[in-house]
Design a protein around this ligand. Structure first.
Ligand code: SAM
Length: 238
């Protein structure tokens, strides 16, 4: 603590270190695969030319492979409820911004992607210029600093349980602290070992329980591999 200043700073720096030494994998994908992917991107990269490259990369690991069957319709369904956003925040983003080619966003859309893993942000910053958006990734511990950006939609995908393990209650605190009209939260319905263990049901119960004390309006979108809660927050009172 004495070297890092406050206790909060010490925790922040320890978490960073843990992520840096965690291994040569980013969301299960090897850094070598990521580098090959970045080198192979087409120079004039319209969404339809990017999709096969991203699909190939995401197919290399079970955790990223499981969303692939959803991609064709997923963002039509989400933005059909929230409206097509012009400002997006992607919290604890992992490799999720690689799905931008399926989102049909207007050129110049603001997209800020945050993850505690520095290598993730670095890899994404090599990819994002190809998307035609005004997009960037930053290394950011979401439990230490609230993102200042005002956005239409914030994604908090498949990260709630991980945040709750770091700080109980972090999920709902995060949703309330984000300056977003909509927060899209998702949970996996299968564990990585493939066992279903009624995870969808228990997360649905958990969200019902958590939201009871909140004034959120929730729309649920359920798929065999992932369950999404589209949370409409009340406008901030003036
Ligand atoms: C299971 S992955 C989900 C990735 C992505 N949201 C998706 O659904 O494809 C969880 C991500 O949360 C990140 N993460 C964990 N704790 C975090 C924190 N305190 N602040 C920011 N990112 C964090 C991890 O580095 C990892 O990339």
């Amino acid at each position: 603590v004495s070297r890092s200043g406050t206790r909060r700073e010490a925790v922040k720096s320890a978490k960073r270190k843990l992520h840096q030494v965690y291994g040569a994998y980013v969301c299960g994908i090897s850094e070598k695969h990521l580098q090959v992917f970045i080198k192979g991107l087409p120079s004039a990269a319209a969404a339809d030319r990017l999709r096969p490259h991203v699909t190939e990369l995401l197919s290399t690991h079970s955790s990223t492979r499981e969303r692939l069957p959803l991609l064709e319709h997923l963002y039509d369904r989400i933005f059909g409820v929230t409206g097509v956003p012009s400002k997006i925040l992607d919290v604890a983003c992992g490799l999720h911004p690689l799905e931008i080619p399926w989102m049909s966003l207007a050129a110049g859309t603001m997209y800020v992607a945050l993850d505690i893993d520095r290598r993730q942000a670095a890899a994404l910053n090599m990819f994002l210029p190809y998307t035609g958006l005004s997009a960037r990734a930053e290394c950011w511990d979401i439990l230490v600093e609230v993102p200042p950006w005002q956005v239409d939609v914030a994604f908090v995908l498949k990260t709630w349980p991980c945040l709750e393990r770091q700080e109980p209650g972090a999920g709902s605190t995060l949703v309330n602290s984000l300056s977003a009209d909509w927060v899209v939260v998702s949970f996996p319905t299968q564990s990585l070992s493939g066992s279903k263990r009624r995870m969808g049901l228990s997360y649905r119960r958990h969200m019902a329980e958590v939201s009871r004390s909140q004034s959120w309006e929730i729309t649920e979108l359920s798929f065999p591999q992932e369950i999404f809660f589209l949370i409409r927050k009340p406008p901030p009172s003036v």
